[in-house]
Ligand binder design. Structure first.
Ligand SMILES: O=C(O)C(=O)[C@@H](O)CO
Ligand SMILES: [Mg+2]
Length: 278
């Protein structure tokens, strides 16, 4: 089992290159981020090269956040900006070798929004495919993002069916799925062929995955049993210092088959020595 640190939330008090180094020191296998665009590509690449950690995902820009935007691609009349955000994400992802881009839908509803989203996703998939990039769509929950266009995995699957692009996949964020639909185990089993990336956090407080209503030891084991071997994305809001919230990571390492686990100690040092292999 491998884990990716989502640097939108973990170590987000540090510049992105420093956050990548912190994730390496803690024992993560990969990193992902939300919006890296203010950080020069060369600085991110240097940290990735130094640590050996891949950046497995990033998001398209949200638009005018001050004016309330949370993505653009399902918003009728905003296609020019939406496609500029998609182009920018593809260029950045290509430069640093990132395989997944989450195209953010935004606040919208209705048939016109759906058609707009499908068209912009088709554009994104066509332009991302030559660079080997997968486009992800992510249902968000109605409490954190009221009015967001995409809220359920059923809705996401229907859109994937409409667009018919082999590089369009579902971002299965267990936190959002639990809040909107539940039935996590069965959904993972059923939806696996369409899932491009997993994310997780405790429910309902979006903290470390060591408390709350989801038993993540079980969820991680489900993904492992199904043969999913890409990194699972830790996208939670640490209660304080990120390094102090990583007990779950060491516990996950400890539950792996003995032959693949190095001895673990507590804290950051344990994270550094966490594993030799998956
Ligand atoms: O909120 C989430 O969950 C995400 O994965 C973000 O990237 C989208 O806002
Ligand atoms: Mg997420």
């Amino acid at each position: 089992m491998k884990f990716s640190a989502n640097l939108g939330f973990l170590w987000n008090d540090r510049p992105l290159p420093e956050a990548i180094r912190a994730a390496k020191a803690a024992g993560f296998d990969a990193v992902e981020c939300h919006w890296p665009y203010e950080t020069p590509v060369d600085e991110v690449k240097a940290a990735m090269r130094e640590t050996g950690l891949p950046m497995v995902g990033l998001n398209t820009r949200r638009g005018d956040v001050g004016a309330g935007d949370n993505g653009l691609s399902a918003k009728p009349g905003r296609d020019v900006e939406a496609r500029a955000a998609i182009d920018e994400a593809i260029a950045y992802a290509t430069a640093i070798g990132t395989p997944n881009i989450h195209v953010m839908a935004g606040f919208a509803s209705g048939a016109e929004a759906r058609a707009t989203f499908a068209e912009n996703l088709a554009y994104a998939c066509t332009n991302a495919a030559p660079n080997g990039i997968t486009i992800l769509i992510e249902p968000l929950n109605k409490y954190d993002a009221p009015g967001y266009f995409l809220t359920t995995t059923d809705q996401a699957l229907a859109i994937i069916e409409t667009v018919q692009a082999p590089n369009l996949k579902l971002m299965f964020d267990c936190y959002h799925v639990q809040l909107m639909e539940g039935d996590i185990t069965r959904r993972i089993e059923t939806l696996l062929p369409w899932i491009g990336h997993f994310q997780f956090a405790s429910v309902p407080d979006r903290g470390a995955p060591d408390h709350g209503e989801i038993n993540y030891a079980h969820v991680f084991e489900v993904t492992r049993r199904l043969g999913y071997d890409a990194p699972l994305g830790a996208e939670y809001k640490p209660s304080g210092n990120t390094d102090d919230t990583l007990g779950w990571l060491n516990n996950a390492a400890a539950s792996l088959p003995r032959a693949s686990v190095r001895p673990v100690r507590s804290g950051v040092e344990a994270g550094r020595q966490r594993r030799t292999a998956t």
